[in-house]
Design a protein around this ligand. Structure first.
Ligand code: DGL
Length: 279
């Protein structure tokens, strides 16, 4: 077992890039006193078109770094990492790294919430090619809501649009309208369109313009935040290992200047990130 800091520490939040900030925003609103560290692997984003092995290796490196920074609990605020790396990290790596630390993802809480959100039981999920290929959403929703039908649609261009700051430009219109149409095409009873990638809330105004009335567009931030609050209530031993100074620290593997501009826009306050290298 590696030697890791044992004193209480912040909650770690990880994403391949900027998308997880949309989740951090909601987590921090729900747990305003908790300390948070955000790590974006912007230098290696997007993860969505990478192999299982690579996403697993990159995600594990990030989790190990957050543990070394004092986190006992890490949220993978990334569907691709949750789909491709979470199970291996939980089953294979945590027992060796430190069985008392926890890594949680975003797919399970989203699949749970879908049951309350859809009245028709017909749900479309838009996500990265990696999340789509993993079959994770179909598997989780089928387990929890066997009568539901889930239609998963990969949108390979959406994360690159966001990571390149083109999400509110006219160039995004074509890809958003094409993919929303294709995602909803298989079943006219679909009433819920889940943004199954944490980058996609940045495209939400355009997505909502393209979605027909009657189709709810659902982002994950509030769902994941509610699930974390519930988790900490059920696990007082983990709750006690979180420091409560209300601080937010930011780390990126790419340019901190670009990160600061983007993060400050998403979060609505000034962010000063530090650059780190992984592993
Ligand atoms: N935010 C990540 C997700 O939720 C994007 C993955 C990527 O880098 O392609 O899947």
């Amino acid at each position: 077992m590696k030697s890791l800091p044992q004193a209480p520490g912040p909650i770690g939040v990880f994403d391949s890039g900027f998308g997880g900030l949309t989740v951090l925003d909601e987590l921090a609103r729900s747990l305003p006193d908790a300390d948070f560290i955000y790590l974006g692997d912007n230098a290696r984003a997007p993860y969505g078109s990478r192999s299982f092995e690579l996403v697993y290796r990159f995600t594990l490196e990030a989790v190990e770094r957050l543990f070394a920074m004092g986190c006992h609990l890490v949220i993978l605020a990334c569907n691709t990492a949750s789909a491709k790396a979470l199970r291996s990290i939980q089953q294979r790596d945590l027992p060796e790294l430190d069985p008392a630390r926890r890594v949680l993802g975003v797919i399970r809480p989203t699949a749970e919430a879908v049951g309350e959100l859809s009245s028709t039981g017909r749900v479309a999920i838009v996500c990265t090619p990696g999340t789509a290929a993993s079959g994770s959403y179909e598997i989780e929703i089928e387990k929890l809501h066997p009568s539901f039908r889930t239609y998963v649609h990969a949108c390979p261009m959406w994360v690159p649009l966001v990571e390149n700051g083109e999400h509110d430009g006219p160039g995004a219109d074509y890809f958003v309208s094409r993919d929303v149409r294709e995602a909803l095409e298989p079943d006219s009873d679909i009433d819920t369109l889940v943004l199954g990638c944490t980058h996609y809330p940045l495209l939400q105004p355009k997505i909502e313009q393209c979605a027909p009335t009657g189709v709810k567009v659902v982002r994950q931030g509030t769902i994941v935040a509610r699930s974390l609050v519930d988790y900490l209530r059920r696990h007082p031993e983990m709750d006690a290992r979180i420091t409560r100074g209300g601080s937010r620290s930011f780390y990126t593997t790419d340019s901190p200047e670009k990160f600061d501009r983007f993060a400050s826009e998403i979060l609505g306050y000034t962010v000063h990130a530090s650059r780190i290298t992984l592993p």
